[in-house]
Design a protein around this ligand. Structure first.
Ligand SMILES: [Zn+2]
Length: 310
């Protein structure tokens, strides 16, 4: 009996030791993503092997983000940091410095063709933020650029965790196929809308790459200053412009105050085309919790508004 008990005990000890080793082998690659869209991409490429921490979460505005001590701690303990680049995360260098992080940094936008913002766009876009960027940072708003982002992330993950390279490759291939399909669909849909109807105004000039990729003229919202509460004259000029340019819909964005565009829609009699997601994903239970769903949401709403036009 005693021998059997001892054998059983030994067996139990071996089992426990075995699972401890397994747990160590399954330790996840800790990745910091600067904002929600990158966080989703990293999750798609990394799957179960990665643990993603997103600094600027759903509906958050990365332009005005202020890193917290908790963020510095998370960055300090990471294996990989993924940023957009193109001047989007003006706060990142200091955060990296504060955190003591010395590991690799993936600049997801590396290799894309940067789009220059007009001065007007840059001024309107900044919304009072201290830094100034002439290069439009919102490159993810073109799915072809999204594919480049995913490639850069996959490369970064594979060199940080070579054992997972085959898994990252398989995940990347599957994800890229979905993005490419979506890109073809969006291009075909917009191509079916007459060019004069492919015009829109947004409150925050974040869709420049989107417009360039899909043949849409994005008009700058003249007369609307960067102040949080635009003047009555500014709103009147915007309404006049909407009528003159025969704009058929205006949109609100998840990272900007919706009240301006709601008022403009009401006063101009133009339809409110719904909510677009530019710089952040939505929460899980809203309409754009992933990069793919964000793109589908935006394209579907813009297409519907342009089709309904006069
Ligand atoms: Zn932005």
């Amino acid at each position: 009996m005693a021998v059997i008990t001892r054998i059983l005990l030994l067996f139990l000890v071996l089992c426990l030791a075995g699972s401890a080793i397994e747990a160590r082998a399954e330790k996840k690659v800790k990745v910091i993503a600067s904002f929600s869209i990158l966080g989703d991409m990293v999750g798609n490429v990394g799957g179960d092997r990665v643990e993603v921490t997103t600094l600027v979460g759903p509906n958050g505005d990365a332009h005005v983000y202020q890193p917290t001590p908790a963020a510095a701690k998370a960055v300090g303990g990471a294996n990989l940091v993924v940023v957009n680049g193109l001047g989007f995360e003006g706060w990142m260098d200091r955060l990296i410095q504060t955190s003591g992080y010395k590991g690799p940094i993936v600049v997801a936008s590396r290799g894309i063709k940067p789009r220059e913002m007009t001065t007007e766009e840059a001024e309107e876009h900044e919304q009072g933020a201290k830094h100034e960027h002439k290069i439009d940072p919102h490159a993810w708003q073109n799915l072809s650029n999204g594919l480049i982002y995913v490639e850069n992330i996959a490369k970064g993950l594979s060199s940080a965790d070579p054992d997972g390279a085959a898994i990252y490759k398989a995940n990347t291939d599957a994800y890229e196929a979905k993005l490419a399909d979506l890109d073809r669909w969006v291009k075909a849909e917009f191509a079916g809308i007459p060019k004069p109807k492919r015009r829109m105004i947004t409150s925050h000039d974040a869709l420049g790459y989107f417009g360039a990729a899909y043949g849409i003229t994005i008009l700058s919202s003249m007369g609307v200053s960067t102040e949080s509460e635009p003047s009555a004259g500014g709103i009147a000029r915007l309404i006049k412009q909407i009528r003159q340019e025969k704009i058929t819909a205006v949109f609100i964005e998840n990272v900007t105050d919706p009240r301006l565009m709601e008022q403009v829609a009401k006063e101009s009699g133009v339809k409110l085309g719904g909510e677009l997601y530019s710089d952040a994903l939505s929460k899980q239970d809203e309409s754009a919790p992933t990069y793919i769903k964000m793109f589908e949401n935006n394209a579907t709403k813009i297409i519907a508004a342009m089709r309904q036009g006069p």
